[in-house]
Design a protein around this ligand. Structure first.
Ligand SMILES: NC(=O)c1ccc[n+]([C@@H]2O[C@H](COP(=O)([O-])OP(=O)(O)OC[C@H]3O[C@@H](n4cnc5c(N)ncnc54)[C@H](OP(=O)(O)O)[C@@H]3O)[C@@H](O)[C@H]2O)c1
Length: 250
């Protein structure tokens, strides 16, 4: 089966491409560095021609509110007609848990992306994941005020990129769900505890403080704003195991 992975060179994309190639599929890892750009449309038609499945794992180079919204909207607007013309039978996209009940600029852009997919007429599955463990450092940096990392007192359930990629590959090889599948890490704990464990493990001396006034990427959050409310598929790699693996790789 021909499978195109848009963003196939990224964190989740490269892992997904490797898993799918190992199961013997013809996989195109599409990205601007390989001449496929979903914003300009360059190479998109050619890449998806003959594909049964397209997996969209692209991400915006800028997280600024307007830029990220334009990225996901333009990207789907170029992909959808190309996929329709090619007769693609399954469009899989990676989104984020709680984007429609938690407000920030990045989440609004993902909501816009999901809406275009649902309205596209192409059979689809949207996978909503919690935050990647690989993103914990970025979250700490975005919440830092000098040597203090201020986090809202909410629940957090990050997932390892390896678990995300395994689910993406599995979903892509199955039938379209015409709906959403949620995935999360195996461990749910207070935000400050998880970021504190991460910083300690990587030798980052910044102090983590639980602050009810702190926001998440500029938006207000409550206790369950970032975790699945219903049943979610759980990853297998816990934070300690992920830290061990990352340190072994370093
Ligand atoms: N971070 C999280 O915690 C989290 C949680 C849930 C869901 N997600 C979602 O997961 C998805 C993948 O994230 P990631 O961290 O794996 O991304 P990433 O590592 O930043 O990789 C981004 C990929 O997008 C490609 N790309 C950038 N501009 C493009 C364009 N104009 N046309 C085609 N491809 C383009 C990049 O290609 P180049 O290498 O050529 O630049 C790269 O392959 C994103 O949609 C994100 O919203 C993230």
């Amino acid at each position: 089966m021909k499978i195109v992975v848009i963003g196939g060179t990224g964190l989740i994309g490269s892992k997904t491409v490797a898993i799918l190639r190992q199961s013997g599929h013809e996989v195109v890892a599409a990205s601007p560095q390989g001449g496929v750009n979903t914003i300009t449309g360059e190479g998109v038609k050619e890449a998806v021609a003959g594909a049964q499945v397209v997996i969209d794992l692209a991400n915006s180079p800028s997280f600024e509110d307007k830029a990220v919204l334009e990225f996901f909207e333009a990207s789907e607007r170029n992909l959808i007609p190309a996929e329709a013309a090619a007769g693609v039978r399954h469009h899989v996209a990676l989104s984020i848990v709680a984007i429609d009940r938690t407000d920030n600029g990045y989440f609004r852009a993902k909501v816009a992306q999901e809406k275009l997919i649902v309205a596209s007429g192409i059979p689809y599955t949207i996978i909503r994941s919690t935050q990647f463990m690989e993103f914990l450092g970025g979250i700490a940096d975005s919440s830092a005020d000098g040597n203090i990392v201020r986090l809202p007192p909410i629940l957090f359930q990050p997932i390892a990129a390896d678990d995300v990629a395994a689910t993406v590959a599995d979903v892509a090889l199955g039938p379209p769900r015409h709906g959403i599948v949620e995935i999360a890490g195996p461990e749910r704990a207070p935000f400050n505890t998880i970021i504190g464990r991460y910083l300690k493990a990587v030798g980052d001396k910044r102090e983590v403080v639980s602050d009810p006034g702190a926001r998440y990427w500029g938006g207000p959050v409550e206790e369950r704003s970032l975790v699945p409310l219903g049943d979610a598929r759980l990853g297998r790699v816990g934070l300690d195991e992920w830290l061990r693996r990352s340190q072994a790789r370093a």
